[in-house]
Design a protein around this ligand. Structure first.
Ligand SMILES: *Cc1c(COP(=O)(O)O)cnc(C)c1O
Length: 396
């Protein structure tokens, strides 16, 4: 295996991935299976590596956001069920059919277009019907004044669409205030109502799924066929309010110190000189910046770990580099490893923790990690693979 560039990299612990899968399964009813959500390159972890490992661990259903992501899994040899959670241009009907991908159908208009193209292209597309029980994004509307069950019933007789499942999505399961828990309960009731309406009309041959990661934690006795687990697979809780599943983070982000220097009082640091030293200061520069997915908003606010201690970020974060104040940390040398996310000694930094500093969520920081950051995979304590965008470029 070629050595990777030890500049800024992500370490992905597949043993922890397996640990998380067991934890998640232990929360679910025995008859409920997992749909592993691996959209957005498995939340930045590398979809093919994650899916491969999950298949070995018995997962046989994946969810992605679009056709390109589904294709990426198929090319990597993933042969099991894949559902596209979002929009696919209906003209792609035959591609969906040929690849055996399940497409979400979320409106009558979309169903008609997909079915028309499938007819022209002489194919049948597997679909799951999505109901909007309160998320307000996509789906057949199901609320107190409007029900789409009648419209959806008609689709079951459409020969170009093979309906194998129905689902809905929770908007607020990661919050614990009474308004939110009430809202979640209402969504559950609406979805259950849809299921019973279909069954009453003799439609029985479909699977059901509603829970996302937060829903797995908060709806302990749910009896759906599947649960769609995203962020918890990667070992991160969906919000600070949720801790129902025992998880181990699978990704650490690391960089190294490229230069250490002492500067006197009054030294002005980085673009725009937003940081001025108030005392003689030891500064470490690291080769990581916003092009690696470390948000510039963390300038003068974030921190990283060196020798288990916190080093504050000083000055504006650049595209490829940033500066840390290491005055309070002993023995800092060029080449030392810096922990950006993960554990170092007594201290640990999580994605949600740094996300909170700039008013966003862990999800966002995970999936914006730059494509130039190599992902290094570990299993049984050993490095087993490296995925590096820059080592597979076309060459002359
Ligand atoms: C992204 C997504 C999920 C996974 O959400 P997590 O909070 O990461 O578990 C589940 N269902 C749908 C429809 C999604 O878009």
């Amino acid at each position: 295996m070629n050595d990777f560039l030890k500049r800024t990299w992500a370490e992905i612990n597949l043993d922890n991935l397996n640990y998380n899968i067991s934890s998640i399964k232990s929360k679910l009813n025995p008859q409920t299976k997992l749909i592993a959500v691996v959209k957005a390159d498995a939340y930045g972890h590398g979809d093919c590596f994650i899916a491969d490992e999950l298949v070995e661990n018995g997962v046989d259903f994946f969810a992605v956001s679009n056709l390109a992501e589904a294709l990426s899994l198929r090319k990597a040899g993933i042969t099991c069920d894949i559902i596209i959670l979002g929009f696919t241009p209906p003209i792609k009907a035959s591609e969906l059919a040929a690849l055996g991908i399940t497409q979400t159908v979320f409106s009558t208009e979309y169903a008609r277009q997909l079915s028309d193209f499938a007819m022209c292209q002489k194919c049948t597309v597997k679909v799951h019907i999505k109901f909007d029980t309160g998320m307000g994004r996509i789906g057949f509307v199901e609320n107190d004044s409007v029900s789409s069950v009648g419209e959806v019933l008609k689709l079951f007789s459409c020969s170009q669409l093979c309906i194998t499942g129905i689902y809905s999505h929770l908007s607020s399961a990661d919050a614990v205030d009474s308004q939110s828990t009430k809202y979640t309960r209402m969504q559950v009731e609406r979805f259950n109502h849809v299921i019973s309406q279909l069954k009453e009309r003799g439609i029985n041959n479909f699977v059901t799924h509603l829970q996302n990661s937060a829903g797995i934690s908060c709806l302990e006795n749910a009896e759906y066929d599947y649960a769609r687990a995203g962020i918890v697979i990667y070992g991160v809780q969906p919000s600070e309010h949720i801790s129902g599943i025992d998880l181990k983070p699978i990704m650490s982000l690391k960089t190294v110190i490229s230069m250490v220097k002492m500067v006197p009082v009054g030294a002005e640091i980085s673009y725009g000189r937003t940081f001025v030293t108030t005392h003689p200061t030891r500064i470490a520069t690291v080769p990581m910046g916003y092009a690696d997915g470390y948000p510039r908003l963390l300038s003068n606010r974030g921190y990283m770990l060196i020798n288990g201690q916190k080093a504050p970020i000083i000055g504006n974060i650049c595209m490829d580099q940033l500066m840390l104040d290491v005055s309070k940390i002993d023995n800092v040398c060029q080449g030392d490893i810096v922990t950006v996310v993960g554990r170092d000694g007594e201290n640990e930094i999580s994605f949600p923790e740094i996300a909170a500093i700039i008013g966003t969520i862990g999800y966002e920081l995970m999936c914006i990690i730059g494509k130039r950051v190599p992902r290094v995979y570990f299993k049984n304590g050993e490095r087993i693979a490296v995925s590096d965008n820059y080592s597979n470029r076309p060459s002359q």
